[in-house]
Design a protein around this ligand. Structure first.
Ligand code: MF3
Ligand code: CO
Length: 247
């Protein structure tokens, strides 16, 4: 069931969303070659706790860390470990903060030093896919218009859209209805009411869209080993547009 938030609830969501935004910026300023993905997770844990919030991912369905740190061919849900980041890697950092009874959720893909032109383009196009997706969107419009636009932009750049993971509603729970796919047919899907809060999160692959989950039950990698990127914000749907809470 899709339940729009009241003005008061949206006001309460601003704080966890601000923390997500600032935490992603904090990580972006520090992430570098030589760091392990676990050290990235420690930065996230410290920042969220230091802001009086809880890392929503930690313990979620048994997930063992505060952030998902996904390197190169890892699409999403990379579990932080001793893997050392090296020049040329692209690293997506996805994190959620819980405060005021609500969650905020966001992700960025960072480049470690100089990366290949293909990876650089993938990271740029993935970010553009988010903005294309929400461009012109407002209450009353069909939900799959977002995915349609994301898919158009990704595929017209020679990339593919991950099918098995989607964006989602968010609020008192990290994952609420509706599911927000990054593909779809224009003019289809439910029409969202003003106040609906969703996470729009394009996951775009340089090669094919097929993914498999590793034996750890979390780490999703592309089947062809080609790199993937991820970009996410928490967004409120309004009668005259959208407001991005994690930017
Ligand atoms: N932040 C992720 C999302 O966008 C959720 C990660 S799953 C978890 O939905 F287990 F790490 F929490
Ligand atoms: Co999300």
């Amino acid at each position: 069931m899709i339940v729009p938030k009241s003005e008061e609830e949206i006001a309460l969501m601003r704080e966890p969303c601000r923390i997500v935004r600032d935490c992603l910026a904090f990580v972006g300023e520090r992430i570098r070659a030589g760091m392990t993905t676990k050290e990235v997770d420690e930065l996230v844990y410290g920042f969220i706790k230091g802001n009086g919030a809880e890392p929503s991912c930690l313990g979620y369905c048994g997930y063992p860390a505060s952030a998902c740190v996904s390197v190169n061919e890892v699409v999403v849900h990379g579990i932080p470990d001793e893997r050392v980041l090296t020049e040329g890697d692209i690293v997506s950092v996805d994190l959620c903060a819980y405060k005021n009874g609500f969650h905020g959720d966001g992700a960025r893909t960072f480049c470690i030093g100089e990366v290949s032109p293909e990876k650089k383009k993938l990271v740029r196009v993935t970010e553009e896919c988010f903005f294309r997706g929400i461009e012109g969107f407002r209450a009353g419009m069909p939900l799959y218009d977002i995915g349609y636009k994301v898919q158009q932009h990704a595929e017209s750049n020679g990339f593919s859209v991950i099918r098995s993971y989607t964006g989602h509603g968010i609020g008192r729970e990290m994952h609420e209805d509706p599911s927000v796919p990054n593909f779809g047919r224009k003019g289809t899907g439910v029409r969202l009411a003003a106040g609906t809060v969703i996470c729009v999160e394009p996951m775009i692959a340089a090669g094919g869209w097929r993914v498999k989950v590793k034996d750890d039950g979390w780490t999703a990698v592309t089947c062809d080993g080609k790199p993937a990127a991820h970009y996410e914000n928490t967004v409120v749907v309004l009668s005259d547009g959208v407001e991005i809470l994690t930017l």
